[in-house]
Design a protein around this ligand. Sequence first.
Ligand code: C2E
Ligand code: CA
Ligand code: CA
Length: 397
Amino acid sequence: MKILIVDDEPFVLKVLHRQLSSLTNLQIVSCDSVCVALAELAADSAKISLIFCDLQMPEIDGIEFVRQLGALHYDKGLVLVSGEDTRTLETAERLALAHKLQFLGAIQKPATPEQLQQMLDRASSICSPMPPRAARKKYGAEDLRQAIAAGHLENFYQPKVELATGRVAGVETLVRWRHPDDGLIFPDQFITLAEEHGLIDDLSRVVLTAALIQTRQWLAAGLDLKVAVNVSMNNFNDVKFPDFIASTADKAGVPLTNLILEITESRLMKDPLSALDIITRLRLKRIKLSIDDFGTGHSSLTQLRELPFDELKVDRSFVHGAWRNDAIRPILEASLTMARQLGMKTVAEGPEDREDWDFLKAAGCDLAQGYFIAKPMSGSEVLGWIGAWELRRQELM
Ligand code: C2E
Ligand code: CA
Ligand code: CA
């Protein structure tokens, strides 16, 4: 495996090269321009496990390089090294994340050995190869209809953990489509399709039913887990939805107080009033409601005033890296304070490392759900995971 360092200044290249050589045995390749780096990537991108890149370069600068890395679907670590101020680095970071790059951090020049070591550690912990997602093939409504009927939808579950105690409070249900030819397909490739073609009611019913049956099995094994299920605003056009939930939970033998429905704010905004009736009936049945992806829409505050939410999930774009990012930390902190004042539980989505965890804990957030704790897993893996978590939990407390 190789590390690429990209900087137009020969002196900086030399120093970085020497610093990194004393910290790692990986081969280090110095590139004095983006063109040279792109040629290295073209020759053998699979061998490159980490890139340190300067922002300010003549001809093609670091920002353009970030864009090209995104286009190349480069999926290993990226570190930005620059003499620019932190706000500029933060903007570059947002760009890297928007291009879905594994951004490990930004370092101001001159880099210290400790900073470089930290990036190398992150590269080895975070940059495990991304789960192979099925190629982004387009599916038709008929394919999805058949998949639902054939039982090809499968629930995965991602743990939600109390920051203060490390106790596992519950799980969020995340649906996947196990395609006989294409493998596992993620919801971003079929939820909108389901909403557009009137399949979301069927999909949600299948997901909810399986989640409640799974919850019953956990209860029987002595695990009292709250189960969260994502619902679409379109589910609230179906007046029978609350009764369907109640009767399914009853058949499964799961108290409705164990169920949380996660509602996305952006979908909420379209027609909040017509949904109010159904949402109020869900509340009367003691089903908990969670406002999902908080912070990404435009009238979050209005929604909070009008709908009776129990829980607020801060979107992950305000969570990962908030501890070192002056632009997002105030938004995270303000969201937590506001939720607390409204008597809501707070969940931070997407903590990916120990720094995120420590920061959220200190900020008084109630629950965390993210890759630092666990990636989504199949229902049968949850029990085993909880055993392993108990050991890790002690280290974190
Ligand atoms: P969401 O509700 O915001 O779910 C969280 C997503 O973030 C999941 O993606 C999860 O795998 C991912 N995630 C969790 N922790 C981390 C982290 O630390 N870092 C990063 N980078 N990502 C993390 P997934 O499973 O691909 O789901 C995508 C979206 O699809 C969900 O976003 C949800 O809006 C929707 N969805 C999933 N299942 C259902 C469903 O049954 N019904 C409906 N209507 N929507 C669903
Ligand atoms: Ca969710
Ligand atoms: Ca989210």
